[in-house]
Design a protein around this ligand. Sequence first.
Ligand code: FE2
Length: 346
Amino acid sequence: MLFEQVATGGCQSYLVGCRETCAAAVIDAEASQVDRYLALAARDGLRIRYVIDTHTHADHFSASGQLARQAQAPVVMHRASTAPMVDMHVDDGDMVVVGKLRLQVLHTPGHTRDSMCLVVEDRVFTGDTLLIGGTGRTDLPTGDSGALYDSLWGKLLKLDPALLVYPAHDYHGRGHSTLGEELASNPRLQVKDRAEFIATMRNLNLGMPQHITEALRTNLSGGKTVAQMLAEAAAMVPFMSLAQLKERIEKGDPDLVVLDVRERDAYQGGHIPGAQLLPRGQLELRVNQDLPDPTRRIVTCCEFGRISTLAAATLRQMGFQRAVALDGGMQSWREMGYPTKAGAEP
Ligand SMILES: [Fe+2]
């Protein structure tokens, strides 16, 4: 078995491949690592056949939809998952066949209703059901600490104690452990019965994870994250440097239109001299009257350089083929000590 563990902060994801047949699966793909999974697979001559999520993540962004599209492979999740991008729902006892590898599905609800573990050869991918020295939390949507107790003691911990544990999270750089080690030393597993476990989980009082709303929205719906939309926009527009823009303004480039896409108040508080105001929210509605010449070189700017990227991408889609975004925003422009002008333009 070819095996790669890819860590992103505390998130752990995995590529497993069959040496003989060159088939592979990615488990719990993370949004910033899509190119890495594809590159690792290519390096080892593997074709990604399945993209598997062990559960609906609430605390980070799944890349499964995106990776699956690029690898032309189906997304696999437990049948309790409601995410629309799932192509293949699996159930307890099913096997996902990856070449000669057999990934055995164990439905282990508790952290979420759709949580599952995957056993393959000498190891088990435990998702957030069992972590090294911990368990997944049960206070997020569809979590249930009684169900987690049943999944752990009724299923997962009954397996061979020598099985290697590869979780979906590990914040201490330990990478893996074994079921036996967890049984012996994982503090959450040192309880005498179900009631004590439920009480322990109830008393954890964990803070809400960062990005929970956006993570649930995108992971449940297959929608895009804000970072993804920005990256997609940035990939289709060229940029102009702050220094280049300043030079062109000083030279009086007649071809140039600086388009400030912030709101009026921000614009009047200080803008690039000569910049035209067209707030992002009104772009599509006012573009025909405000930007009559689609052949001009338009440079969009905003406060931090993000909305201007979206605006430039929109302009390009509408036929302004020379639209570019300023590489940086007004904040950087001011920090450089470049000139600004307050109030309205004549
Ligand atoms: Fe999770």
